[in-house]
Design a binder for this molecule. Structure first.
Ligand code: SF4
Ligand code: SF4
Length: 487
């Protein structure tokens, strides 16, 4: 029996994972050893190691990566972005989007097939576990071994444990490893919300990798939907060579090798190189037939290349009937690597990189905002001086607590009235203090007077802010009285 007899007819299906009667078509892709699967396995384990270890790494006093959604603060390689860094974050996000556009236009779905966590964990963690308990799949995606309740239960238990570990790693990116360690060593009763989040994340991982699987790529992932606009005829894709492969059929194979060298039997000459063995379909993790042309479901994993190359080796034909190519080159036309859209993407990326670097280099460790105080803009004190109430907001962007001193800059005849000698601000936190800025009444010209405040910290850095004081247009009665007394 040939594979094509075993495999369900693709015309009976709505999606590659859904039959026309609405039932799920379960995929058990065959493992196809080859150069791409080996390379992907090495990359996958390197990525898993990076993903697992990254939350533990620190850059200076900050975690390498921490996406603290509760506080609306993102730390990336020691640099913390606060909610006020809207421009910086917007530039970063636009940069990421344009990078995705550029990579997809050049390398197609290389992210999906080689680096996406969904593919990496499904193909190199969960499927190997499945094969360990159920054996390699048989032809047509049937179970390798006879189904057994005990084996299925053991497999699901291992899935659950792996999902739990994965959920903890995932959450550590959002809450930090210290918090996670605390949660893990305390009773769930002490932190029910955190426990519920962890349990829900584990449940989602378990659901995704046990049941939903390739449907995440086929029906849920928005990036997959965008392929039609991101790819062009020159983008790198996994393609079947119809000129070489068609007409497909069983007339080619080791059994029809030439009897006399260079004399090709008519049966063989009439056929293309594809022997219609169906291995490329059986190995496909999204269940598609690459011979039908470029499909949105193709994640570019190259498993069908490995499968077909092994078949070509057996039938004594050159490898590459399925290969990385582009829509143009596979049809024998001249493709172009350099295209206008790539220059546009690259140009935009350079601009974004420059803007981002300038913004980051100008960002200080301390943000200071001086706002006018509530109520009356100024009051005349008993000694004739004018006091302006103000609110000082200090944001410590660093990762160590800092103490700030506030003083008048430049020796101007003014003083600050603040309850504390110095203001201590915790890392990535802000404090607001009310203060009075007091100056002699004679300092005002047309009711205004400019001062500069210097806010210096215990790390020897300082920030200056200018502030316009409001005061009387003419010297007030108390000041006049004082001035008269002194004459
Ligand atoms: S694996 Fe190669 S030879 Fe076999 S059906 Fe697919 S394209 Fe044809
Ligand atoms: S068609 Fe080939 S490259 Fe595309 S998803 Fe299937 S196996 Fe991977």
């Amino acid at each position: 029996m040939t594979a094509s007899h075993v495999l369900p007819n693709s015309s009976d299906r709505v999606l590659s994972t859904l039959n026309s009667d609405g039932s799920r078509r379960w995929l058990r892709p065959r493992l196809s050893p080859g150069r791409f699967v080996y390379a992907r396995r090495i990359l996958a384990w390197a990525l898993i190691a990076i993903f697992t270890l990254l939350p533990f790494l620190r850059v200076g006093h900050a975690p390498a990566v921490l996406l603290d959604i509760a506080k609306r603060q993102f730390t990336l390689f020691g640099k913390t972005f606060l909610p006020t860094d809207t421009v910086l974050l917007a530039v970063l996000l636009v940069g990421i989007v344009v990078t995705v556009f550029l990579i997809t236009a050049v390398l197609g779905r290389v992210w999906c097939g080689w680096a996406c966590p969904q593919t990496v964990y499904l193909e190199f963690v969960y499927r190997p576990i499945e094969r360990f308990f159920e054996g390699p799949p048989g032809r047509g995606g049937t179970l390798g071994r006879k189904a057994s309740g005990a084996r299925t239960a053991a497999k699901l238990l291992v899935y659950l444990l792996v999902s739990m570990g994965l959920a903890h790693t995932f959450l550590s990116y959002f809450v930090g490893v210290q918090n996670l360690r605390l949660w893990m060593t305390q009773s769930p009763v002490d932190h029910p919300t955190s426990f519920a989040i962890m349990a829900a994340t584990t449940g989602l991982m378990f659901f995704d990798f046990t049941w939903f699987r390739e449907q995440t790529c086929i029906v849920a992932c928005p990036y997959g939907r965008l392929q039609a606009v991101l790819l062009d005829a020159n983008s790198l894709i996994v393609s079947y060579d119809p000129k070489r492969g068609e007409p497909r059929g069983h007339g080619r194979g080791a059994h029809v090798k030439p009897i006399v060298e260079n004399v090709v039997p008519a049966e063989r000459a009439a056929k293309g190189d594809c022997i219609d063995c169906g291995l490329c379909v059986e190995t496909c993790p999204t269940g598609i037939d690459i011979r039908e042309g470029l499909r949105m479901e193709c994640i570019g994993c190259a498993q069908c290349i490995d499968a077909c190359d092994s078949v070509m080796a057996k039938v004594d034909r050159p490898a590459g009937l399925i290969r990385y190519s582009s829509q143009l080159r596979i049809l024998g036309e001249r493709g172009r690597v350099a295209r206008p859209r790539l220059f546009v993407y690259a140009g935009v990326l350079v601009v974004i990189a420059v803007v981002f670097s300038v913004l980051v280099s100008q960002a200080k460790d301390t943000d200071v905002t001086l706002l006018r105080g509530m109520g009356v803009p100024f009051t005349e004190l008993a000694n004739g001086e004018i006091a302006n109430p103000a609110r000082l907001k200090i944001t410590n962007r660093g990762h160590l607590p800092r103490s700030y001193r506030v003083e008048i800059s430049g020796g101007a005849p003014a003083r600050i009235v603040l309850d504390e000698k110095s203001v201590t601000v915790q890392p990535t936190a802000s404090v607001t203090r009310g203060l009075l800025i007091v100056v002699p009444a004679a300092s005002f010209v047309m009711g205004k007077h400019e001062v500069r405040l210097r806010i210096s910290d215990d790390q020897r850095s300082s920030t200056e802010v200018a502030y316009r004081l409001l005061g009387p247009y003419s010297v007030g009665p108390i000041a006049k009285e004082k001035a008269g007394a002194s004459q």
